[in-house]
Ligand binder design. Sequence first.
Ligand code: ADQ
Length: 464
Amino acid sequence: MTGRSSFVVVANRLPVDEVPDEERAGGRRWRRSPGGLVTALHPVLVQRDGTWIGWAGSAGPAPAPFMVDGIRLHPVPLDADEIARYYEGMSNSTIWPLYHDAVEPPIFRRRWAASYREVNARFAEAAAQVAAPNATVWVQDYQLQLVPAMLRQQRPDLRIGFFLHIPFPPIELFMQLPQRAEIMRGLLGADLVGFQQRLAAQNFVRLAHHVLGCPVSGSVIEYEDRRVKAAAFPISIDVGEIDRLADNPLIRTRAEQIRTELGEPKTMILGVDRLDYTKGIEHRLKAFRELLAEGRLTVPETVMVQVATPSRERVEHYQALRVKVEREVGRINGDYGRVGVPAVHYLHQSYSRSELAALYRAADVMMVTPLRDGMNLVAKEYVAARADAGGALVLSEFAGAASELRQAFLCNPHDLDAVKDSLLRAVHVDPDEARKRMSIMQRHLRRNDVAHWARSFLTELGSL
Ligand code: ADQ
């Protein structure tokens, strides 16, 4: 497959998973992974003969470029050392915690930073090869912050956009990063740097001035005779997909079945997260435990289901978190469960989109309590799944989604009494009020889905 693309997406991962091929015994095939980003970009990629550059997910040499669902995929190799240093190290043990308010202490290692640099250079090189003259290249997320500048150096003809899916920290925190100037220069290689929140974009502009002395005016930074714009583009979900799923009779039946399997509780509380220390899973469990201890909630009338997808399992902070969460679940069930009726159903598993939709549809109260989150798509998925206008959302003020979903029961997850209070208000909310809240949030999401997000970013990038 040769030919260059006028539109290129560069992300750490390719939007595909390798799965067994039902048509060939023992064979494997690629399947497009579920997720809003690829759904939103798919039409643009197909229309513009686009290419997606990313890692295919296993260590070693990369497979040759291939097509899936009309998208050209260009794999970039990572070896085992790079997975440990660039991905688990610099990306997920330095940048991830630092950008999430250092809720776990970031770890700084020069070896990791060197690997991050090398891998970013490889991604930039791949993009430089694949992009047609004057093409648009859209680089995604915190693993690839050096790519924009590296790419611009090789290909000044390109229009380069960057979007950060996670928060961008305030000056005091960012200044801890030994590679702070390098990362700022890396990002300033883009023409447009997009963030989830306005505050994050403002942090970036301030840092450009503070770290590199760039003249700034509003959302525009002057850097090396160019103007770089920083702005917020809050990401969203494929509302149509969730709507269709949640409205499917099979899924509605499954939702009823879930409630039966749980013993027909009066109130089902749900949490769905990657098992990550930023998601506030422990805080939520503690709030539930205290309410049970005080008799303000009781089992079996109330049950909680916590789905925690395995994540970054080789990283130490994540191993420690799993132990803490599982200890807390054990403690709650030991104290308040009965034979056949646990208080918390804890599922350390990944679920299909349809099973997730059934869970959303079944839950009376959804708890989304991150300590810090760029956006949090689970909150938006839950709202979109409740076309019946049932259910209530408890949402942390520190999720990006809180700026849009104002009708949720908002709380500060660090304030345990506030979490308990919001949870109780959601459990006891008057059904008419709950419906009103849900409908307003749904209207907002229908107008602001992920296709709208991609369009807004690309239109802005095209207009610069
Ligand atoms: P994440 O931190 O991964 O994303 P989130 O936005 O909640 O967090 O997205 C998680 C996705 O995974 C959702 O689509 C959800 O349905 C799915 N998921 C969660 N648990 C699952 C399970 N057990 N089985 C199957 N699927 C599951 C990062 C940032 C966020 C930002 C997104 C997108 O941290 O703040 O919203 O990118 O920009």
